[in-house]
Design a protein around this ligand. Structure first.
Ligand code: FAD
Length: 805
């Protein structure tokens, strides 16, 4: 057994020790600086509201698993969970619409949720004044968690399995040798360790500093008050019997606490807490996770609370606090083993709501090599270097706090910490009045206002968008898409993927082990293949280009996948890994005239007829040395052109200039995405992820079972033998004016079969097109329906790719 040291005995640390013990792991030590188990961390005073449902599938799953665990641990004598249900009320018509959308994802993720009228809300929780609301969403399985009760049950079990808990013991340093953790130094001596799991809550960044790993979280104070007893709750005998209430329009939430209420508010100005201002247990009278209450900041939330719950007028506030917990730049937890230091695992920025679910997944990850739930969006390695700057993650985390209860549009812009990374084409894109969005820190053009005149050319074919789908949208997107289909466009794909160079005498052997395809291709060829994790799920779909006998360029999805590849690089000196993303840029030249443009910028001899699809050559495009790959995109001729960042501007200018006779334009990412969807092309991380294996999502051709070994092969064969739980289907919406956005549920009669992963519009069919993941096979005769904002739209399965116009 590996020696595992868990730092922190809050809900997260204790849940991880519990799940590891349940899975048979021994040799676990938990070290806590405060007393056991009311440690003074965030868990000690967490009000424990559990709203499971969110637009994020992974967070919803983690929350549901937490509820499951807390229910299992709950007894009549000691309740770990009160399943009293929750009500999210809408104070505005916009919020009510958003709740309809949320009811849709509830069906997508398999959670029961009911839209209620104002009166029905008041029937569920009689404290609510129905005149103040437009309606609400009721989730019967939500409730109140009692994390300290759960901790008590879990730690009793863990202790029986031999887990040792040390209270009043502070971790002061960590020993790392050759990039691998070795031991933890504490106020009570040294503990040898093969694996450290950092569950130190908002102290996490300090522990990270001990091993040189950035843990990009920002501690923030958040207001929570207790009221005096309400007459209306006089007869209550349970600590909590009434449904929780969330009033997101006013950024407040409510729970019953015996005969009074607990009220939390996100309304105030954010209070970021500096690491230097965080105390240790015993240093101050209050717990380290509590800052003094600032009553002035609660005046407005209190007024709003009185409006929704008039019964609050009489009792008034008993006491309040500004309690500290963690925020991250994207609102997601930080999980997994750090790429930089072997054996240093992190489970940070986790709400009580997701705690036990996270613990279960972390234990699986540690013991089996991969979790069953895809945790890519929570992976600690998802940030590139830029995002590890404290300025960046502080600003973004504050923005997260401010927006925590806002209505989030999928294409909503981030306001702060922009222009972190720009491609060499940025200057030209600004001249073309690009509308930028951020992707992995890069400013990525979504469309170009300079293409506005194209609208009149394509207007007749375009669909009229209204409401939600017309927000953060421009008809220019459609014009760019249609223009690409007719002529050609260049797309800046610098931000779309990561580019890695793998070289050395062991490079081929390494890539053969890493991927499911045969990488022993001829020099200049490329191959699309999969990487599987240890349990046979798809870690990523990647492209490999063999540049010379022992040098390969890998194009993978993002930082998580890149760090996964790096982690597997053998340490025998025979393989060199280099992330060349920031030093390179890439352009996709797409459309029926793309090869015409290429002919005018490269020597004709280079463009001989023997240059087949999938082949790459290094050549000059005027002054720029470019790796050019002949490809196809959306059923059209396309070229992927990669060069170094210093030469990118040259390349762009030459293409634009020489492309004039071909009506070449620069077009944005939104058109590119729609071209992908309308041509039935799937995207790793969007249409399938590590929970799926290649046979489930029609990637059979990317697996070469004749290869003796590759990571995940045994598990894949095993999974292939079992019945698949998922099918991927492409549907067409019957109503030509119907447009959906993604994550909507797909119904067959009253049964939700699954949900939409990617949504676009096919101009050849004149209809909306969606990729879906379903729990059972469907066929063309079945009448399926996609639900969008509470409305059902008929949909038909497509068996073949539509002919593209
Ligand atoms: P903690 O409970 O803080 O545990 C971390 C532990 O690590 C601490 O005990 C600390 O002492 C220990 N530690 C740190 N450094 C060291 C060291 N060097 N050596 C040894 N030990 C160390 N979540 C919800 O889901 N629902 C809610 O309704 C909710 N409401 C909240 C309201 C308020 C006012 C606050 C403050 C938080 C709320 N949260 C809520 C968030 C939730 O409480 C936290 O996210 C959660 O408790 C974090 O658990 P944890 O185990 O990660 O951290």
């Amino acid at each position: 057994h590996k020696r595992i040291v868990v730092i922190g005995a809050g809900i997260v640390g204790c849940s991880i020790a519990y799940y590891l013990s349940k899975m048979g792991q021994r040799n676990i030590t938990v070290i806590e600086q405060g007393p056991l188990f009311e440690t003074g961390g965030s868990t000690s005073h967490a009000p424990g509201l559990v709203f499971q449902l969110s637009f994020s599938k992974v967070l919803t799953t983690l929350a549901s698993q937490t509820v499951e665990t807390f229910k299992e641990l709950s007894t009549d004598e000691q309740r770990s969970f009160y399943p009293v249900g929750s009500l999210e009320v809408a104070r505005t018509p916009e919020r009510l619409e958003d709740l309809k959308r949320k009811a849709g994802v509830a069906s997508s993720w398999g959670i029961e949720a009911l839209l209620l009228s104002p009166q029905e809300c008041a029937e569920k929780n009689s404290l609510i004044c129905p005149d103040r609301i437009c309606g609400g969403l009721y989730v019967p399985s939500d409730g109140i968690a009692k994390p300290l009760h759960a901790v008590d049950k879990m730690t009793r079990f863990s202790k029986e399995c031999g887990v040792e808990f040390y209270g009043h013991t502070e971790v002061t340093n960590i020993e790392v040798t050759n990039g691998q953790v070795k031991a933890v130094y504490t106020s009570a001596g040294k503990f040898e360790a093969d694996v450290i799991v950092c569950c130190a809550g908002f102290w996490g960044p300090r522990i990270g500093e001990m091993v040189g790993v950035t843990i990009p979280l920002q501690p923030m104070a958040h207001q929570y008050v207790f009221t005096n007893d309400l007459l209306e709750l006089n007869g209550e005998t349970e600590e909590v019997a009434t449904p929780l209430i969330r009033d997101q329009d006013n950024a407040i939430y409510f729970r019953q606490v015996d005969k009074g209420l607990g009220i939390g508010s996100y309304q105030h100005e954010p209070f970021p807490i500096e690491l230097s201002d965080i105390t240790k247990y015993g240093e101050t009278k209050e717990m380290p996770s509590v800052k003094p209450f600032t009553p002035k900041d609660f005046e407005k939330p209190w007024e709003d609370a009185l409006e929704l719950i008039p019964a609050l007028k009489q009792p008034g506030i008993k006491k309040g606090m500004n309690g500290i917990f963690s925020f991250t730049p994207d609102g997601m937890p930080l999980l997994g083993e750090s790429q930089a230091v072997g054996g240093f695992w992190v489970a940070e920025a986790i709400w009580v709501t997701h705690s036990a679910g996270v613990a279960r997944q972390m234990a699986e990850w540690l013991m089996n090599g991969a979790p069953t739930v895809d945790l890519e969006l929570c992976d600690i390695n998802r940030f590139d270097t830029y995002a590890c700057s404290p300025v960046y993650y502080k600003q973004r985390s504050i923005e997260e706090y401010e927006e925590v209860y806002s209505i989030h549009h999928p294409f909503m812009q981030r306001k702060v910490s922009r222009n972190m990374r720009v491609s060499p084409f940025y200057m030209r894109q600004q001249e073309l009045k690009a509308y930028f969005n951020e992707k992995a820190g890069w400013e990525q053009p979504q469309w170009y206002e300079a293409n506005y005149p194209l609208i009149s050319t394509y207007e007749k074919k375009m669909v009229i968008r209204k409401g939600w789908s017309a927000e953060y949208w421009s008809p220019i997107i459609e014009a760019e898409q249609l223009h690409t289909r007719q002529y050609a466009a260049i797309y800046d794909t610098t931000a779309a993927k990561k580019r890695l160079e793998i070289k050395g005498e062991g490079a081929l052997q390494f890539l053969q082990k890493l991927t499911t395809g045969n990488i022993d291709i001829t020099v200049g060829q490329s191959i699309r293949t999969c990487m599987l994790h240890e349990r046979g799920g798809i870690k990523d779909q990647i492209m490999v280009i063999r540049k010379n006998i022992s040098t390969f360029l890998i194009v993978c999805t993002g930082a998580v996948e890149a760090s996964w590849i790096q982690k597997h690089v053998p340490q025998n000196g025979q393989v060199v890994f280099q992330d060349v993303t920031s030093g390179t840029c890439s352009i996709a030249l797409i459309g029926p005239k793309a090869t015409g443009v290429m002919k005018s910028v490269v020597q004709c001899s280079e463009l001989s007829s023997t240059w087949i699809e999938g082949q790459a050559k290094t050549l000059f495009i005027e002054k720029s040395s470019v790796l050019a790959l002949r490809d196809s995109y959306g059923g059209m001729e396309s070229w992927e052109l990669i060069t170094t960042s210093d030469q990118g501007l040259n390349l762009w200018d030459v293409l634009i200039e020489q492309g004039q006779p071909y009506q070449l334009i620069a077009a944005g990412d939104r058109a590119l995405e729609n071209l992908r969807i309308e041509s039935f092309s799937l995207k790793s991380g969007k249409d399938f992820w590590s929970e799926h294996h290649p046979y489930e999502v029609n990637l059979h051709e990317m697996v070469d079972l004749t290869k003796p070994v590759f990571i995940g092969k045994e598990a894949l064969l095993d999974r292939q033998r079992k019945d698949s739980e998922t099918v991927l289907a492409t549907l067409i919406l019957d109503d030509p004016s119907a447009i959906v956005m993604g994550y909507e549920p797909v119904f067959y009669g009253e049964t939700a079969l699954g949900f939409v992963t990617s949504a676009g519009y096919s101009y050849s069919l004149g209809k909306g097109i969606v990729h879906t993941l379903l729990s059972q096979a469907v066929h063309e005769e079945m009448v399926l329906e996609v639900e969008y904002f509470g409305q059902r739209y008929k949909a038909t399965m497509m068996t073949h790719s539509p002919a593209v116009v």
